[in-house]
Design a protein around this ligand. Structure first.
Ligand code: NDP
Length: 241
């Protein structure tokens, strides 16, 4: 029986590419999303991948959502924690709401989503948790104290949980993308992109969502069983650690 993969924020951007790549690799995929029904319905019609709406920031909704996925698709073998948001602003103007929203989705979301699948993975002695962090969690980014803190937190989560999962056949890894050509990044003023962003990317271009998706497919595979607690940077050489 094909393995089951859940992709949070799996209907748009990087998550869209990850859902499609996992399906093409033979997984039974469930794509979660938060609120954009139109994008989700279009995604479902185009890919045939079932979509499930709940917020990863809501602990109880995640437990319920995972129950639905397990009933309709099957026990979860692979979880891709991809859903993420930004609420940018300089720290001296950052509001409590901006802070809470970003931590709630980008960091608490990992706990909320991983907790309900973890015990099943331990029982079945196989699991793959793949967390989409960010270059800005590695290096910090002005105007994104909330986002950088949440994404750095994702890396600590990854390393600690990897130690707990290792002897149960569960790997936990993180990917840190640099600038990827999703809707969000393509919406940046082309002049700003040309002058302030592209010159700092040694390969001279944005990344493609599919380039992140292929890393996810590898990390999910049997071949990646010896990789755990790792952070894979995919940023065109913009930040080397
Ligand atoms: P997009 O904004 O294109 O897509 C975000 C997806 O996440 C959407 O499907 C959205 O659902 C979903 N989502 C947002 N909040 C929630 C929530 N609370 N619960 C469930 N789903 C939610 O983002 P990207 O594809 O650009 O980014 C994907 C991940 O990659 C994020 O974690 C981001 O931080 C990270 N990243 C992105 C980079 C980039 O350059 N694009 C660079 C580095 C990291 P809906 O459609 O319903 O709104």
């Amino acid at each position: 029986m094909a393995r089951v993969a859940v992709v949070t924020g799996g209907t748009r951007g990087i998550g869209h590419a990850v859902s499609v790549a996992l399906k093409e690799a033979g997984y039974r995929v469930a794509a979660n999303y938060a609120g954009n029904d139109e994008a989700a319905e279009k995604f479902k019609a185009e890919t045939g991948i079932p979509v499930f709406k709940w917020s990863v920031a809501d602990f109880d909704a995640c437990a319920e959502g995972i129950k639905r996925v397990e009933a309709e698709v099957g026990p979860v073998d692979v979880l891709v924690n991809n859903a993420g948001i930004t609420r940018d602003g300089m720290f001296h103007k950052m509001t409590r709401e901006q802070w809470d929203a970003v931590i709630g989705t980008n960091l608490n979301g990992l706990f909320n989503m991983t907790r309900p699948v973890w015990e099943g993975m331990r029982d079945r002695k196989f699991g793959r948790i793949i967390n989409i962090s960010s270059i800005n969690g590695q290096k910090g980014q002005m105007g994104q104290v909330n986002y950088s803190a949440s994404k750095a937190g994702d890396l600590g989560f990854t390393k600690a949980l990897a130690q707990e999962g290792a002897f149960k056949g569960i790997t936990v890894n993180a990917i840190c993308p640099g600038y990827i050509g999703t809707e969000m990044v393509r919406a940046i003023d082309p002049a700003v992109l040309e002058k302030n962003i592209l010159p700092y990317i040694p390969v001279g271009r944005l990344g493609e969502p599919e380039e992140i998706a292929r890393i996810v497919v590898f990390l999910a595979s049997e071949d990646a069983g010896f990789i755990t607690g790792s952070t894979i940077s995919a940023n065109g050489g913009q930040y080397m650690v």
